[in-house]
Design a protein around this ligand. Structure first.
Ligand code: ATP
Ligand code: MG
Length: 251
């Protein structure tokens, strides 16, 4: 479980996160949704320590990250798998080398063990026989799988995914969402996913935080979202005319 308490962050005096409090549950997919520019990436980066919040606290299973020294923060970071916006693979490394990268950096395993673990992770994301290809030689969906395999290589307790579906066709996007949900349950991770994709919201939105202009506006599950009376949330969900028509039964 990750708890965020009264988190605020400004850049050059411009507030981007405003007094955000939220709890992200273990073993389920927690979604942060909101319009472009609402602060999703800044929030996720603050959780990992890539941004230092101006105020507030972040607790990883009751361990206060904000009050930790650099060394302790580093050890928490090793419990976090990250999938950045875009797949952010290393172009000059093969698929296997990309997945092995965090193991090479942090694990202390032998080369044989690292290769075995990389292959296990690649198999888990259903990507076999691609080990020696470079990112430019595989499809966008396959690149996401590699990025997921790399994110889980060190067996993380926490998995953060920033727009894991961006640039994928709707069908492949659902496959990736479901894969993230499956591994979250299988490894009992606390997973946080930034998205503005409505298919993801309804497909895997077990626990959803909606932020607008840096403020948390609503929290609930995908079952509850359509009956929400929060105006900003409704404007966000029904922004697509097509979607509004479907939901209202208009022709
Ligand atoms: N390093 C930074 N310095 C200054 N301002 C920043 C920085 N990073 C983000 N911002 C600002 O913070 C606001 C929130 O940005 P953020 O990237 O978190 O949005 P987002 O919700 O992730 O959007 P998107 O859906 O487009 O990825 C934006 O106005 C952005 O310009
Ligand atoms: Mg973003």
């Amino acid at each position: 479980m990750i708890e965020v308490m009264n988190l605020s962050k400004s850049f050059d005096g411009v507030p981007v996160l405003k007094d955000i409090s939220a709890t992200f549950k273990t073993g389920c997919t927690n979604l942060i949704i909101g319009q472009s520019g609402s602060g999703k990436t800044v929030l996720l980066k603050s959780l990992v320590g890539l941004h230092v919040p101006d105020e507030g606290q972040i607790l990883y299973d009751s361990r206060n990250f904000t009050e930790m020294h650099r060394k302790e923060k580093k050890s928490i970071r090793q419990e976090i798998g990250m999938l950045f916006q875009g797949s952010a693979l290393f172009d000059y490394l093969t698929v296997e080398e990309n997945v092995r990268f965090p193991l090479d950096m942090f694990s202390g395993f032998s080369l044989e063990e690292r290769r075995e673990r990389a292959n296990f992770c690649l198999k888990r994301v259903n990507l076999e026989n691609a080990n020696h290809l470079f990112p430019s030689e595989i499809s966008g969906g396959m690149q996401k799988r590699v990025a997921i395999a790399r994110a889980i290589a060190l067996n993380p307790k926490y998995l953060f995914c920033d727009e894991p579906n961006s640039g994928l066709d709707p069908k492949t996007a659902i496959v990736i969402d479901e894969l993230i949900q499956e591994i979250t349950r299988e490894y009992d991770m606390t997973t946080i996913i930034n998205t503005h994709d409505m298919n993801s919201v309804f497909g895997i939105g077990e626990h959803i935080i909606f932020i607008a202009k840096g403020k948390k506006q609503w929290e609930g599950s995908n079952d509850e979202i359509l009956s929400s009376e929060n105006q900003e949330l409704n404007d966000f969900i029904f922004a697509s005319k097509f979607f509004r028509k479907i939901m209202s039964g208009e022709k």
